[in-house]
Ligand binder design. Sequence first.
Ligand code: NAD
Ligand code: MG
Length: 389
Amino acid sequence: MTLDHVIKRIAIFGSTGSIGIQALQVIASNPDKFAVEVLTANTNDQLLVQQALKFNPNIVVIGDETKYESVKKALASTDIKVFSGEKSLEEVAGMDCYDLMLAAIVGFAGLKPTLSAINNGKAIALANKETLVVAGDIVMKMAVDKRVPIIPVDSEHSAIFQCLVGETRNRIEKVILTASGGPFLGRKTNYLVNVKREHALQHPNWRMGAKISVDSATLMNKGLEMIEAKFLFNLQPDQIQVVVHPQSIIHSLVQFEDGSIKAQMGLPDMKLPIQYALAFPKRIQSDFPRYDFRKVNTLTFEDPDLRTFKNLALAIDALNKGGNLPCVMNAANEIAVYAFLRNRIGFLEITDVIEKTMEKVPFIETPTLEEYFDSDGEARNYAADIIKL
Ligand code: NAD
Ligand code: MG
């Protein structure tokens, strides 16, 4: 049997989110290449059940235990196994019934199931960037030890990964991460002080989950991605540059020692990097719309405005200092972003919460996994205190 005829068994952790839904569209278009073995959701039981009835996985997990009975009942006529609770996510990730995990849970919650999958020797298609921001050194070391490939789904990192195919012996001089600039590109603090949830959720080029949409509006997303790039590609902080490219056609670039730069391009559509990661090392045919040079014929580039978008400056600081600082920053950011989404704090206060938390939580140079978890917890408590949650 050739590799072409093996059906890859996919576990989608976070199947009801923006990435999860698009991954299922990719899988539905390629039934001869992929089968769905595991689907998980946090609270959206209705969509999870709908997906399960359509894709007939072996297992579903609903995070919210109060929804277990309703999911179980809705799937009673099938032989799909139903689990619930946080612990089940880790346990199912440790099972043998799948080949590749699409890690598409948002935030710190994605870390433990992904660690469990790596420990279990399963390939990872990684959308959940927070996993690497929180504990990138430990995650990547475990992946090397277990010989587990981590294939990025984040469009910038997929671009870099694609540029690096065939370049294993060549040193990277630097990577250039492109940023759309988000919905508030060109705006200054006097404008940002008044922005509300609805504005921040309107991204010009991408439709994404709420948390990453706010991160894109504050530019924290690009900061998280710099840290993600450091661990994925084993880079020093000064090898990672961000350039604002509002058209989102060039998804990122790699510059080599001879000065040559490779870029990966295409229309902004997450289905492309999702499909690339699921099918790697093969490319598969798609009918996604193609980029037409005549339609978008001007590509522009500018520096990010670090004075206005201070979250990116804070993330660069965390990238440079390392240790538990990215983990602390991530935790404070999660608390602050959800508070902003619930209209508890203003847009600019997100930065204050992160900055104060980063100053407060004690620095640890080389944390153990347990210390990362503790730092996360401590940062969350402190950030929640500042907001008076
Ligand atoms: P989303 O909010 O749309 O979906 C998140 C998914 O995670 C849902 O299925 C939800 O049920 C699940 N989930 C949330 N909290 C959970 C918890 N505590 N326990 C278990 N499951 C939980 O998010 P998204 O936009 O799909 O993003 C997912 C991840 O992919 C994020 O880390 C994001 O940064 C990354 N990413 C997303 C995009 C995009 O275009 N959406 C692009 C690049 C990277
Ligand atoms: Mg991205």
